[in-house]
Ligand binder design. Sequence first.
Ligand code: FNR
Length: 392
Amino acid sequence: AQGVASTRLAARLQRAHAVADLRGLAARRLPKAVFDFIDGGAEDERTLRDNVEAFDAWMLMPRVGVDVGTRDLSCAILGARSSLPVMMAPTGLAGFFWPDGEVAGARAAARAGIPYCLSTNSVGSIEHVAKGAPDGERWFQLYFLRDRDWMQALLRRAAAARYRVLCLTVDLAVQGRRERDLRNAFTMPLRPRLSTAFDLARRPGWLAGVARSRLGFGNFEVAGPGFTSVAQHVASLFDPSANWDDIARIRESWRGPMALKGLLHPADAERAVALGIEAVIVSNHGGRQLDDVPAAIEALPDVAAAVAGRAEVILDGGVRRGTDVIKALALGATACSLGRPFLWGLAAGGTEGVARTIEIFRSELDNAMTLLGTPALKDIARDHVRARRGRW
Ligand code: FNR
């Protein structure tokens, strides 16, 4: 029976030709509250929408007469080779979307040769994920915790488990107001309610897998009473008082390369560079934190100008197509970091689903680079994009 199920799954994934198709599969498989947690954003979700729609403000400008007979989609991200200018953004609770979801995602990333970033808020622990996906380029994402000793312990554990890059996320002093989660009374695990019972009855695949998994925040000892909302978890453990001195201290205590994630202002990027941080991740947390802030692609050009090549610039948020990746590179990014597209793949089909997301991006990017006349990533220049006038 398992063989039949996995053949069916493989066939479904093969019929997904855009990440939007994988989103549809995820919506069918996940309970509504879980799907909303992934898909939703803060308050009116304006930034969430803008992250995607702001890519429309740019057009691609192809050049002809270029030999595009062979293409090279690979690049270096913080000194490590990546087969695509794309990495998996840190996303909490992946083990709540697919059984052992972090390992499933990390395996797909390793197999495809792109970086995987594990979240502080993962279900599987730092060690568990390193053991389950020992190959490949692993990053660890850290939040500021009230318990500084615990934070240092997480850093030591990540280094010992051979996560090469540290990604410090600085846009989550408190959790944004995500109203879908409030309305759904979203907790991990799901609190049994009559309204969810009907929903769950229609999600046998998810129920059989995830509902039987051991759920919790694997990097924390606080097992807790269960039924924790992410906002509660953040409010009790995260430290809103962290400032640039604290960021500097983390920089000093991590030997490997470090990225700072969640900035939009060029002056903050300057400050990060001054501390010796090797990459800035231009991000509004996928529209999940402060609403009404600029779309990531909107903030990118000024940040790239301020950084002026002294650090790598990673664009994070709203990337849904290979052409979006090209626009980001043309506007100064080294690479892109993607959250939801991988989570939709994960929820649709575990490792194979994430592999499908990567495959889709690979073929879209290859196709677009061929038609644009840029056979290698280094050929993509500012001149390959034009601001679209009139409608915006
Ligand atoms: C996130 N994000 C996130 N970021 C982070 O630094 N640590 C985390 O634990 C999480 N958790 C998380 C969970 C879920 C369900 C989502 C959707 C996002 C933000 C993530 O790293 C990234 O910034 C956004 O997802 C990028 O936007 P797109 O690609 O989803 O549009």
